[in-house]
Design a binder for this molecule. Sequence first.
Ligand SMILES: Cc1ncc(COP(=O)(O)O)c(C=O)c1O
Length: 396
Amino acid sequence: MNLAEVERLRGATPGCASVIHFNHAGASLPSQATLDAILGQLQREALGGPMEAADQNIQARARAAAAALLNTVPEAMAFASSGSAAWGMAFNALGPWQSGDRILIGRHEWGGNLACIARAVGAGAQLEVIPCDKSGAVSVTALEQMIDPRVKLIALTWLPANSGLINPAEAIGAVARQHGIPYFIDAGQALGQLPCDVEALNCDVLKGAGRKFLRGPRGTALLYIRPAFMQRLEPTQLDVLSAPWDGEGFALRNDARRFETSEVSVALLAGLANALEECNGLGLSVIRKRIDSLSRYVRERLKTIPGLTLHTLGPADHQSGLIAFTLRGWGSVELKLRLAQSGINIGANGVAYTPLDMQARGLESIARIAVSYLNTEEEIEVLLGSLRELAGDGGV
Ligand SMILES: Cc1ncc(COP(=O)(O)O)c(C=O)c1O
């Protein structure tokens, strides 16, 4: 991606003119075209009648673009209102759990997923954390040694929310497939940041939010279910779309839409369709390359700020665009709020989002810079300048 292309993309993104945004891992900035797609649909609904303005083509476009992003078929894709809702729906459809069933997870699992798993543990399942390798990534060797017939699920958060770690999702998928164990991937931070091929990953379920690196609207998420795995999942919630009356009974759909509801925000799906098409148009390899080079530069420069500690995990030469750090004298939330006063957005995470990993590393919170292809070298200089100044300040 050359600088002219970056300028073009920034010019097409109104937020780039009003804020210095490094919180793409929380939610990114939508393009004007994505905004127009949402507003246009709301306008059509208001003027023509909301039901009457429903356009099946919008959903079909969104589904086709989501399938193209993940290298699958549209029938394998469902939409949900959040990443956690998508993961929870698929997980809750897995049971019933028996005493002695084993669930293996990475240490970096998202807190919301752990909350769902706690229910299965209440029903007698056993939760076990796969040990990490020396770099802090999930160890594939350790996983292999844990496999036995009682393992009923392997769950991985691919790119954890609290570091730049990229877990070895493909190698873990190879183990899961070899042993026929269901494999769930939380790709919340991966979608729109890294190439993501569900065939290569060998996963049965994968989900991610629309609002993060995909630059779609809030309140949207993608849920992939491997078609051959569909029958294993009995949704806990049904309606006229997921299980319509067929004259004799209620026939559960045979595609991923068994997890959808009949009522959806068509406007948000219109925005998501546009964001997905934009992302596919740019190409994930190109996006990954730019995020990688910008975030490498940010990490190197952050190392020169006194009192700033990077909280990286995983191999130094294989990191995502998420950069976790703390600054001496500053709480992470205070730092985030202070930077916001200067028009700079970053993120701040406490323990609850990634409780096992935060506790294992003795961290109470981290501040997080998340780099997108939209960010420029100039923005990085402003951010670094502010951090350097605040480091000198001694904080609150
Ligand atoms: C890895 C990961 N999983 C899950 C989530 C939760 O997604 P949502 O807020 O859409 O439920 C996040 C949000 O930051 C995340 O980073």
